[in-house]
Design a protein around this ligand. Structure first.
Ligand code: ME8
Length: 520
């Protein structure tokens, strides 16, 4: 396999202390879009997601639920797998940190660090937040209105004093700064990279990487009194997914050099500071890219269980339909920025871009073909220059989309595609095939063919974001399933006159006041 042809994309693995919400669905969705795009573009893709099941937080949640940690993890982890089905995620694997293969990988990472002299035993005395599963320096903490110290995330902290193994993080600062300066950009968006750089430039302290005050975790090899800090455990899932420690394994060699981690901005420090340092220290390649996206609020307010405003992705999909939700989440907010969720925004975005711009166009073109061309793809005459340009521009979009997705700018890809949806709408309105029907039926046929061919090309490009609806549109255009990859975008796979088309059906719902009706 050539170097270029592999792509390894990972979502965070989610804590099972809580059921999935919109934030989890969002990150994995972005990974799904990137994975689907690369598959259609001919890459060998591995897309990994999973659940983070160890640590004090999960142990506590299990006890509160009256279940053993194992039973509790099985139950909640299953909800994350259900989410993957409900959201149509195309993950190739789902890693659970309680699996044997993962425990092996995690302990092997530890052994390598130890063998390289990167670990020493000492004592930790400092602040810890169970909710964040993170250690904090006192200088990072703030007092709340009651005078209690809080983590920057707002989580409660407790004083911890226990024996602990440490990772010599402090010696990796210079090397990390070099890593951030490398191309392709290691950390995106740029503003986040700058944050991470400043953190490293301020000086790194060694990192506590084992705990002794509870037992739900991976034992430290050779010292059962300690369990491996849950973040070391969790981060090593990305190695597990690539077949580590079997480094001769074809999977590891193929995928590891290409790994891209997509995470929320809350866990950037773990991925862009601790993780590359740990990998370098263990003699492994650091990630090719870490991308940190922004934070969703709900109607302007922080999403939290205590505020009772958590958005349930399963319900959202029931309410608006899967592809409307997928499109909205990927289009509404530039990937990397914070965004606000509101039902009004979903309705506006989906009615405008989907029901009106794309749905209506497809419906108009396909119903004119059904009524005026006996339901078969019409013959076409010589195309006018502007028609050739239109089709060539849509084919050429692929190059733009590749550039956008190289930087994980999924919104920019959709923006570029919808500019062409608008161009095809403009073309169709000006060409007025309904007038040509009475005056020049050959020209009408040509216009309908051009519009249908434009739709075919657009649908192929939109598949990563809305796989089901675009499959339906491509079915309506009678595009064979083996001709839906990006190498079929051009003229060579154009729709063939004479092909019989199924009866057209609306592809997107239109929402009115929360109720939906089929788009006309
Ligand atoms: O941190 N907006 O798991 P977690 C956008 N187990 N994204 C959000 C969000 C919001 N309001 N809320 C959550 C963990 N997320 C660790 C990860 S990885 C080796 C270990 C998303 O269950 C976002 O991706 O707390 C965030 O980074 C992640 O959920 C945190 O999930």
């Amino acid at each position: 396999m050539s170097e270029k042809a592999a792509y390894y994309i990972t979502s965070p693995i989610y804590y099972v202390n809580d059921v999935p919400h919109i934030g989890h669905a969002y990150t994995t969705l972005a990974c799904d879009v990137l994975a689907r795009f690369k598959r259609l573009d001919g890459y060998e893709v591995k897309f990994l997601t999973g659940t983070d099941e160890h640590g004090q937080k999960v142990e506590k949640s299990a006890a509160e639920a009256g279940l053993s940690p194992r039973e509790f993890c099985d139950k909640v982890s299953a909800r994350f797998r259900d989410l993957a089905t409900a959201m149509n995620f195309s993950n190739d694997d789902f890693v659970r940190t309680t699996e044997e293969r993962h425990i092996t990988a995690c302990q092997e990472l530890w052994r390598r660090l130890e063998a390289n002299g990167e670990i020493y035993l000492d004592k930790y005395a400092g602040w810890y937040s169970v909710r964040d599963e993170a250690f904090y320096a006192e200088s990072e903490l703030e007092k709340d209105e009651n005078g209690d110290l809080k983590a920057p995330s707002g989580a409660a902290v407790e004083w911890v004093e226990e024996p602990s193994y440490f990772f010599k993080l402090s010696k990796w600062g210079e090397r990390l700064l070099e890593y951030y300066a490398e191309t392709p950009e290691r950390v995106l968006p740029k503003s986040r990279r700058n944050e991470v750089k400043s953190f490293v430039e301020a000086g790194l302290k060694d990192l506590s990487i084992s705990r002794t005050s509870f037992s739900w975790g991976v034992p430290v090899p050779g010292d059962d009194d300690h369990i491996i800090y849950v973040w070391i455990d969790a981060l090593s899932n990305y190695l597990t997914g690539a077949g580590f420690p079997d480094m001769d394994d074809a999977d590891f060699k193929t995928y590891w050099p290409h790994v891209i981690h997509v995470v929320g901005k809350d866990i950037l420090r773990f991925h862009a500071v601790y993780w590359p340092a740990l990998l370098l220290a263990a003699g492994l390649e650091p990630p090719r890219r870490v991308f940190a996206h922004g934070w969703w609020t709900n109607e302007g307010r922080k999403i939290s269980k205590s505020l009772g405003n958590v958005i349930d992705p399963f319900r959202l999909v029931e309410e608006y339909g899967l592809d409307s939700v997928r499109y909205f989440l990927m289009r509404e907010v530039p990937f990397g920025n914070d965004g606000d969720f509101s039902r009004g925004a979903v309705v506006r975005r989906c009615n405008g871009d989907l029901a009106n711009d794309l749905g209506n166009l497809a419906q108009r073109v396909l119903s004119m073909i059904a009524k005026n061309c006996d339901g078969t793809v019409p013959e076409h005459g010589e195309l006018e220059a502007k028609e050739k340009d239109l089709l060539a521009t849509i084919e050429g979009l692929l190059a733009d989309c590749r550039v956008h997705l190289e930087g994980q700018a999924i919104h920019a890809m959709l923006e570029a595609i919808w500019r062409q949806v608008a161009a095809v709408n403009g073309y169709f309105s000006v060409a007025e095939p309904w007038v040509l029907k009475k005056t020049d039926s050959d020209r009408m046929n040509t216009v309908l063919w051009v519009a249908a061919e434009a739709l075919r090309r657009l649908a192929i490009l939109i598949q990563p974001v809305m796989p089901d609806s675009m499959a339906r549109l491509l079915d309506q255009l009678a595009v064979p399933e083996d001709r839906r990859r990006f190498d079929n975008l051009g003229e060579g796979s154009a729709i063939e006159p004479g092909t019989e088309l199924p009866a057209p059906e609306a592809i997107f719902p239109r929402f009115e006041g929360g109720k939906d009706q089929a788009a006309g």
